[in-house]
Design a binder for this molecule. Structure first.
Ligand code: M6R
Length: 359
C-alpha cells in the first residue's frame, strides 16, 4: 500500500535506506560473517568469467557492479542485454558463470537466454526480488533482493538493491578466494553509511524539486554525462527521466560527446554531470565546460570532497566502490519531479508494463 504517498515511485525511492539495512540484516550471520551458499561460492570460484545478462534498469545495475566485482574478486565481468545476447551469443570463456539480474524474475528476454545457457550446461544465478519467479526456478542458484514489492513501473529500489546484493556476493567470493581487497573491505559497515547518506539525499527533496523546475521544465531533451561508474549511473538516470517524463534523455560517456553528440547542444539544453571520482571528474568538468560554452545549462551532481563552489547537488562522501548507490538517488527524484511538473502519471507511464513477459 502506498499509504500517505501520492505515488508508489516516491515511496519506493524513500524506502531505499531501509532496503540497504535489510540487505545487511539478511546477508549477515550472527557472528558478522556473510551468509551465502557455499556451493554457489565454490562454483563461482572455479569459473573464469562472469556474464551478467539483464534488461533496462537491471542491466544498468550490472554495469554499476562491474568495477567493484572485478576489484574484489579478480574475475572479469561482462554485461549483456538479454535481447541481444540470446541470438548473438559471443564466444564464451571456458568456464562461464551467468548472473541474471531481474527485479520481477519474469522478463521473457532474460528467460530465453537462461533456457539457452541451461541447454549448454552453464551454471547460473538469478538475483531477483521475487522468490519462486520463473528465472529463480530455472537458474542453478538464487539470491533475493529483499526490497519488498516494487509497484511503480520505473524501477528504483530494485536497482540499488541489485547493486548491494552484487556487492555482498563480490565480498563473499573475494574473501573465499583470499583477495586482500575483499578481506579488508568492511562492506556491511559501508552499506550502513550508504543508508544514512541516502537519507540525507532524500531529505533534499525541496531543493531537487526546485532545481528540476529550473533546469527541466521547458526542455524537450536532456543529457546526463559521466565517466566510469558515473557514466553507468548516467545511463540509468537518463532511462528514468525518459521513461516517465517523456523528456528525450541520453546518458553519455562524457568524453564521447565531442565525437558527435555535442552537435545536439543548443542554447538552454540541460546537461547534468555526475562526478564521484577525482581523476575522471576533472575530465568530466572539462566536458561540462565545453557544452556550457555552446549554450548548455549545466548542473553538477558531485561528491562533497570533490565539489566546486557552484555545484548544485552534493553527495555525502561514501566508499569509492559504492558511489553509484548514492549518486542515483537524486536522479530518481529529478525524474519524479520532472514528471509531476509535466502533469503525467508517475507510476504508470504510457506504453510500458511493469513486467515484460514477451520477447
Ligand atoms: O523485472 P526486470 O528487472 O527483469 O525488468 C527489466 C526491465 O524491464 C526494467 O528494469 C525496466 O527497464 C524498468 N521499467 C526501468 O525503470
Amino acid at each position: 500500500e502506498k499509504g500517505t504517498y501520492p505515488y508508489y515511485m516516491l515511496k519506493e525511492i524513500d524506502e531505499q535506506p531501509v532496503v540497504m539495512r535489510k540487505i545487511v540484516q539478511k546477508y549477515q550471520t550472527i557472528d558478522g560473517e556473510i551468509a551465502i551458499d557455499q556451493d554457489l561460492l565454490t562454483t563461482l570460484k572455479s569459473s573464469d568469467r562472469v556474464y551478467i545478462v539483464a534488461c533496462g534498469t537491471s542491466s544498468h545495475a550490472g554495469w554499476a557492479s562491474k568495477k567493484f566485482f572485478e576489484t574484489l574478486t579478480h574475475l572479469p565481468v561482462e554485461i549483456h542485454l538479454s535481447s541481444e545476447f540470446g541470438y548473438n551469443m559471443p564466444l564464451l570463456s571456458k568456464k562461464p558463470f551467468f548472473i541474471y539480474l531481474s527485479q520481477s524474475g519474469e522478463t521473457a528476454d532474460s528467460r530465453q537466454v537462461l533456457v539457452k545457457t541451461n541447454e549448454l550446461g552453464h551454471p547460473s544465478l538469478t538475483i531477483t526480488n521475487v522468490a519462486g519467479s520463473t528465472l529463480s526456478r530455472e537458474a542453478t542458484y538464487t539470491l533475493l533482493l529483499h526490497a519488498g514489492p516494487e509497484i511503480a513501473v520505473a524501477s528504483t529500489k530494485a536497482y540499488t538493491a541489485q547493486i548491494a546484493v552484487m556487492a555482498v556476493l563480490a565480498k563473499a567470493l573475494g574473501t573465499e578466494k583470499g583477495i586482500a581487497n575483499a578481506v579488508e573491505f568492511d562492506l556491511f559497515h559501508e552499506l550502513g553509511l550508504i543508508a544514512t547518506a541516502m537519507e540525507t539525499m532524500i531529505n533534499e527533496k525541496e531543493h531537487l524539486e526546485e532545481l528540476t523546475a529550473n533546469y527541466l521544465s521547458a526542455t524537450r531533451n536532456a543529457f546526463y554525462i559521466g565517466r566510469g561508474n558515473d557514466y553507468y549511473v548516467s545511463m540509468e538516470a537518463a532511462l528514468k527521466l525518459k521513461e516517465i517524463s517523456y523528456i528525450q534523455a541520453e546518458g553519455f560517456a562524457a568524453g564521447e560527446l565531442k565525437h558527435g553528440t555535442i552537435a545536439l547542444i543548443e542554447e538552454g539544453t540541460p546537461v547534468i554531470g555526475i562526478i564521484t571520482d577525482a581523476v575522471t571528474g576533472q575530465h568530466t568538468r572539462g566536458n561540462l565546460q565545453e557544452v556550457k560554452s555552446r549554450g548548455a545549462n549545466t548542473l553538477v551532481i558531485s561528491s562533497e570532497g570533490l565539489a566546486k563552489p557552484d555545484d548544485q547537488i552534493l553527495l555525502p562522501t561514501v566508499h569509492p566502490l559504492l558511489t553509484s548507490l548514492l549518486a542515483v538517488v537524486p536522479t530518481q527524484l529529478i525524474a519524479y519531479f520532472a514528471t509531476l511538473q509535466r502533469g503525467y502519471d508517475v507510476d504508470k507511464p504510457r506504453n510500458l508494463a511493469k513486467s515484460v513477459t514477451v520477447e
